[in-house]
Design a protein around this ligand. Sequence first.
Ligand code: GLV
Ligand code: MN
Ligand code: MN
Length: 436
Amino acid sequence: MPQSVQTETHDRLATGVAELSTFRDDDRPGWTREVFSEPYRASRSWTAARMREAGLEVHLDQAGNIVGRLAGRESSAPALVTGSHTDTVDGGGRFDGVVGVLGAIEAARLLAAEGRQLQRDLLVVDFLGEESNAFGLSCLGSRSAAQELTPADLERRDHRGVRLAHAYTDAGLDPAKLSEVPWARRPLQAFVELHIEQGPTLEKRGLPLGIVTAITGIERFIASFSGSADHAGTTSMEDRRDAMIAAADAVLAVRAEGCGAPVHGVATTTRIDSASRSPNVVPSLVRMYGEVRSVDPAWLSGTRGRLGAEITARAAGSGVDVGFEWSSDNAVVEAARGVQDIAGAAADDLGLPWMPIPSGATHDAVHMASLAPMGMIFIPSKDGRSHCPEEWSSTEDLVVGVRALLATLQRLDTRESTDNHRSTPQSPPVRHLELP
Ligand code: GLV
Ligand code: MN
Ligand code: MN
């Protein structure tokens, strides 16, 4: 890419990140733009306009994804798909997902501007609501596209009791038609997502690129602790059945589960709610929310049994009963070998050093992997920080990411087919994410 073009790309990406970050919820910390919120809704017209400016034909699909098409020479050939998301977590940053959407638009713009028409259609997608939301479900848009959003998912309720189906209706989408996504039903050549690493490995190693090997699986739970409501002044410590104590013990059990993983595994308690509002009543009903992740499916599949038994046994010591609601956000998914190889070869060609790297975060790529051979390209995250306002990647690193994405798409375009749809992990398990 000539220097003058790289400078224009650099400036457009910097401006894009800055402009998109102005669509934020002023009442929340950081750069909050949660799915179904007003700032998110407003931001999507901005994103669609950027796609149009880049030369894409844009539509909103039935699942709420914004899709931009750059026509190829053969409209019947399996299409290439790239993209990511523009929603954030509460108190999130400016780069998670945004880099993959703005980077994809920029790659398409460069192809269009330079008259380098691909053989295949290129679809750039801003997927609806990738972050896990008030309904406890991530990747809404890619999940629907892959026909993996279930009727039970639509019955999920947020803390106010609002159903996910209702949130869709409010957003102008028909919950009965979410899977009717024509672009996802056509043959697809490959899906490639550019993303920030969200961890420290690339920065520590001084590498500009990571090529993803596998994406973590996620098991989520809500544990309900039932004890006895008693007077906090008169009930002796021995006679209490204190649900809060059982939950506190369970927090430590969750931590021990993550620490005890033989290969990379993490476990987090994310929230605790007590139904007791009075300051002078022993808590009798506590709900605790948490998740366990690993790129090792064998270990992850055992977590429900191990953690459930441990928490139940600890709670019994306080005379407290526990019930669990478990849900799987996604299984471990390995990136297609063929796409990994092509992305690696593209980076080599550009003289850009890279390393294979597993992802401890989940991504739209998980669901796209059931529709097409899937790959991901990571760029470094400053200090490994993510899901926080300090999240940062330099514009120079973004430009490198776009160059790698573009070269990967061009190589995939000329391939007859890309082998390896979704597959189970074959690479050896890793002890820590930074040591693949
Ligand atoms: C999304 O960023 C996740 O990993 O939960
Ligand atoms: Mn993301
Ligand atoms: Mn995220």
